[in-house]
Design a protein around this ligand. Structure first.
Ligand code: GLN
Length: 275
């Protein structure tokens, strides 16, 4: 079977199973089976799949139709233009989270030491360390997430150190910028998540307690302990969290503002520590 036919057949299998973006997904899974870049599919449409390639491709298609996210099959997700390795131990970095990077680049250009609380794959810590040419520290409660984030930092040559702890409880040095995309899905909404997310992504990275906002009220006091005066705290938030998260910033904070994502939902809340 040649590549053109393999793409067509894979795409048909995925779309009849209701998988969105069936053709693109088929192409990504085929590339992964071939261990080639996507351009290869178009430059070598006559390539005949070997038996091993065909078996791999078939398995990946089966995994995807069974609900596994494509990124956990290909083990990679791009974030802010860089490839991050992902495993089911970490949340797949979302494009919305790039808004946190944009806000950080807007307000914290001079930051030399940055902290990412609940780093997962390391997407925010690594991206900001590289974009700001800064030293990052990143925490996560999950040991496997720390391993994943550390290997991404090494692969992308970011200056970053990793600490396994709850939020920032183990830290005592000061930072110029703190970012966090904490778990913020309210427990009652778990059932409404896409099946791919609910059944495959780590619940410790998704579920933020009864309202999904309690965790922000725990992070803000820790940020007050760890931020240099004048430093920024930048959060990603869920679509219903804005007013509650803004209220977590007490009198020691100024310039508390909300940022919106491309769909128009409140997605980022930031504040400047001004004790
Ligand atoms: N944005 C993710 C989702 O919608 C949730 C991320 C988080 O809880 N921090 O699935």
């Amino acid at each position: 079977m040649d590549l053109r036919t393999a793409i067509q057949q894979g795409s048909d299998i995925l779309s009849s199973a209701g998988v969105p973006d069936a053709r693109l997904t088929a192409e990504l899974l085929l590339c992964h089976a071939l261990r080639k870049e996507r351009i290869y599919l178009y430059s070598h449409p006559e390539h005949q799949l070997s038996t091993v390639e065909w078996i791999h491709y078939g398995r990946y298609l089966h995994e995807r139709t069974s609900g596994k996210p494509a990124q956990y099959i290909t083990k990679v997700q791009e974030f802010y233009g860089r490839p991050f390795r992902v495993s089911p131990a970490v949340l797949i970095p979302r494009p919305e989270t790039e808004h946190v990077v944009e806000h950080a680049l807007e307000v914290a250009q001079g930051a030399k030491r940055i902290l990412d609380i609940g780093t997962g794959s390391g997407a925010l810590a690594v991206t900001l360390a590289l974009e700001l040419n800064a030293d990052a520290v990143a925490t996560d409660i999950s040991h496997d997430a720390i391993l994943a984030a550390r290997s991404n930092a090494e692969a992308l040559h970011a200056r970053a150190g990793f600490v396994q702890c709850d939020l920032a409880s183990a830290l005592s040095t000061r930072f110029d910028l703190i970012v966090s995309n904490p778990p913020y899905i309210p427990a009652r909404e778990m059932g409404t998540l896409q099946q791919e997310v609910r059944d495959h992504e780590p619940h410790v990275a998704l579920l933020g307690g009864a309202n999904g906002t309690e965790i922000y009220h725990r992070i803000v006091p820790q940020a007050e302990r760890l931020l240099q005066p004048g430093g920024w705290l930048i959060f990603e938030i869920g679509y219903q969290g804005e007013s509650c998260v803004r209220s977590a910033f007490g009198p020691a904070w100024q310039d508390v503002t909300t940022g919106y994502d491309l769909a128009g939902w409140p997605r980022v809340v930031r504040g400047r520590y001004a004790p």
